[in-house]
Design a protein around this ligand. Structure first.
Ligand code: NAD
Length: 701
């Protein structure tokens, strides 16, 4: 049965789209719509056509999975939308839910738009490295002018119904079911004479269009790594200066060019990767997620207070506990000042800030955690302390409560055992600043109960985080890979590369920050302590030069940005070169018999930092720590500033070619020696490269 049906009643033709769950624009929807439209065209007695959707939303976008289907081309969609717009009787569309991408373009092709209260509308294609390819770049500017059209298409942000009404994107916003809203609007329209209104024939409302285009073009050219932006601006310019047909041709050409681009493939890869990362092998659909109504956090430091805000922002009652009065006060102050700053910047209403703060209680007594459904410990990264804290939480937390650790590197299974109730325990590794960073590594312990895992993944969605499940190992997915990256950065420093040279080599690829800037910002003390803790647990290679620089910097009190000195010297936030850092590295090189040289090229830096990280990623996959390579990409894009237009380290490695990665790793092993196994190629990577296969050939267990 077709997912699109046509019928008429009370003199109005109705096309109903029912293609659950999101009514995505697919090939079958296209053919269904076309057939339904033909039925309307065949019945000249009907003065008006209404298009609406059943289910939770109007068409929420195009089915991206069908982009490779040649029958589902932009041309085919455009032909249908042009046919809808060309109708000689008015076409009304009733909108609800999320009206995005092709759904929005379908709406723009209709003559009138009525939306249910709460509807959100947008053209988010730019986030996938493409542009609206079904007339969106041509119709929207004609409707609202260049400034708003550019804002919506360049940001991809959805607009709420009321904003859409105020700007004329929709003609009415009402409470009620889409069908009823559409019929009521249609009848009123007929009563007023039922004028046709075709956006393609309209000219844009008056405004400062050329100025808006000039500044958008200038901004777009500053981010050439997102070529869709410049293409969008150029299409909008066409919409305002040329006829619809030539603008539509420019849009179609740009769409064809952008779709196969490396950037769009990378962005689409990450889009699917994020969706997949929530599917957990061994976690049956029927496992129910538990209810989390109150969250407790132990440790009100940088992380504890940031984590508290994640829950407060989502309207969840939160108890913040610290052993030290000063620690608690500092945490509370951090939360207050963050909200105050948001109010001052106009990003939050004062009442909203007060409402969030009202959900927070603080205590110096850990008994306050007893009624919580989930308790997250965020005390210092010290195994002895964490074991003691977990023992205590096992006693204090109510039966059935989830006990989570925010540890960055420590053994979650050992912490789970310490609680005496290991099935209740899970790692929840937030990233700093916790209220801002999207990533949440969910560490699945050997005994973590399926329901605990399901509850935490569900909760991650509610607090706006992107969860990725990791098994237990030192540093989990992200920090374990970062360790290899930092190891090579430090060896390069000792070999004579400057911090700026190293940072610039990876920043040139689009990483937000190179390793030296990153560690200086996170704190060299924090970085050094991680290495020291790992050493205590016997986790370091028997190599005295291993991460010797960070340990020395820590010893010398160079803690990075916070102390004004680290790999760089700081004036405020500005990082300046510091010859002293070079001298420290040179001394260490001499002490460890490392030869300094002056021929370190950017390519060598990239290969040593990033290819070694990919190799570690393959080991992580092979050990089952990550379920899929795409999960690793999500970790790096959402938690470590890896450029989304490169799709994450594993996707990037495939783009370079896995055989090429293997060849360069082997080259390092030969030229640098492989005493501690640093350059041993992962057997999984070796095998995939030899068989010319990609990571997709590996099935999740
Ligand atoms: P922090 O030093 O800022 O805060 C730790 C807080 O814990 C302090 O307020 C301290 O008073 C409190 N505390 C210590 N012992 C306690 C006890 N027995 N009971 C109650 N409170 C106690 O540390 P942080 O940077 O927030 O790190 C906390 C945890 O988060 C660590 O496990 C760390 O590895 C992890 N983490 C840190 C980052 C980061 O970038 N800082 C990122 C991810 C994870």
């Amino acid at each position: 049965m077709s997912n699109v049906t046509f019928h008429s009643a009370d003199g109005i033709g109705r096309i109903c789209i029912s293609h659950p769950p999101l009514n995505l624009f697919s090939h079958s929807l296209l053919t269904g719509l076309s057939a339904a439209l033909a039925q309307f065209e065949a019945d000249a007695s009907l003065p008006l056509l209404l298009i609406y959707c059943e289910g939770q939303s109007f068409v929420a976008g195009a089915d991206i999975a069908e982009f490779n289907n040649p029958a589902f081309s932009a041309e085919a969609i455009n032909a249908l939308l042009n046919r809808i717009e060309a109708q000689t009787r008015p076409v009304v569309v009733a909108l609800h839910g999320t009206v995005l991408g092709a759904g929005m373009e379908l709406a723009l092709a209709c003559h009138y738009r009525v939306a249910q209260q709460g509807t959100r509308l947008g053209l988010p294609e730019v986030k996938l490295g493409i542009l609206p390819g079904a007339g969106g770049t041509q119709r929207l500017p004609r409707l609202v002018g260049a400034t708003l059209a550019l804002d919506l298409m360049l940001s991809g942000r959805p607009v709420p119904a009321q904003e859409a009404l105020a700007s004329g994107i929709v003609d009415a916003v009402e409470e009620g079911e889409p069908l009823a809203l559409g019929l009521a609007f249609g009848r009123q329209l007929l009563a007023k004479g039922g004028q046709l209104r075709r956006l393609s024939a309209q000219t844009a409302p008056p405004g400062e269009h050329s100025q808006a285009i000039a500044s958008a073009l200038e901004a777009a050219r500053k981010s050439p790594q997102y070529p869709a932006k410049e293409a969008i601006v150029q299409c909008v310019q066409q919409a305002l200066t040329a006829d619809f047909a030539s603008g539509a041709r420019a849009e179609a050409d740009a769409f064809k060019r952008l779709l196969p681009s490396a950037q769009s493939r990378a962005l689409r890869h990450l889009f699917f990767a994020q969706r997949r990362s929530r599917q957990i092998p061994g976690l049956e659909r029927q496992v129910p997620a538990g209810k989390i109504e109150q969250v407790g956090i132990l440790g009100a430091g940088t992380m504890g207070s940031g984590i508290a805000m994640c829950f407060l922002n989502a309207g969840i009652r939160t108890v913040l506990v610290d052993a030290a009065a000063a620690g608690l006060e500092r945490g509370l102050q951090l939360i207050r000042s963050t909200y105050e700053a948001q109010v001052a910047k106009g990003r939050m209403a004062a009442e909203q800030a007060s409402a969030r703060l009202a959900l927070l209680t603080t205590s110096l007594d850990d008994q306050a955690l007893a009624p919580c459904d989930l308790v997250i410990e965020a005390v210092f990264e010290d195994m002895a302390l964490k074991l003691q804290v977990c023992r205590r939480l096992g006693e204090v937390c109510k039966p059935g409560a989830i006990i989570a650790s925010n540890t960055s590197t420590l053994d979650v299974d050992a912490l789970a055992q310490a609680t005496g109730r290991p099935t209740d325990v899970v790692g929840m590794h937030f990233f700093s600043p916790a209220n801002i960073m999207r990533l949440l590594e969910v560490v699945r312990g050997a005994q973590t109960a399926p329901q605990v895992l399901k509850t935490v993944i569900d909760l991650a969605g509610k607090i706006g985080k992107t969860p990725v499940v990791s098994g237990v190992c030192f540093g989990f997915i992200g920090n374990r890979m970062a360790e290899v990256y930092l190891r090579e950065a430090e060896f390069l420093l000792m070999e004579g590369a400057s911090p700026a040279q190293i940072d610039e080599a990876v920043q040139a690829l689009g990483l937000a920050m190179g390793p030296c800037r990153m560690l200086d910002m996170a704190g060299l003390d924090v970085g050094a302590k991680t290495v020291i803790e790992c050493d205590k647990a016997g986790g370091l290679p028997p190599d005295a030069s291993y991460r010797a620089v960070v340990r020395k910097m820590f010893e010398l009190g160079r803690f990075g940005q916070k102390s004004g000195l680290g790999y760089y010297r700081y004036e405020g936030r500005q990082a300046l070169p510091d010859p002293e850092a070079g001298r420290i590295a040179a001394e260490l090189a001499q002490a460890h018999g490392i030869a300094q040289r002056s021929d370190i090229a950017a390519q060598e830096i990239v290969e040593r930092l990033l290819y070694s990280m990919v190799n570690e990623g393959c080991k992580i996959l092979d050990e089952g720590i990550a379920y899929r390579a795409s999960d690793i990409d999500v970790v790096w894009a959402a938690g470590y500033g890896f450029p989304d237009f490169r799709g994450g380290p594993m996707f990037m490695a495939e783009e370079i070619g896995l055989a090429q990665i293997v060849e360069r790793l082997e080259h390092q092993a030969t030229t640098r020696g492989n005493r501690y196994g640093y350059w041993t190629v992962s057997p999984l990577l070796q095998r995939l490269a030899a068989q010319r296969q990609g990571f997709d050939s590996l099935q999740a267990a």
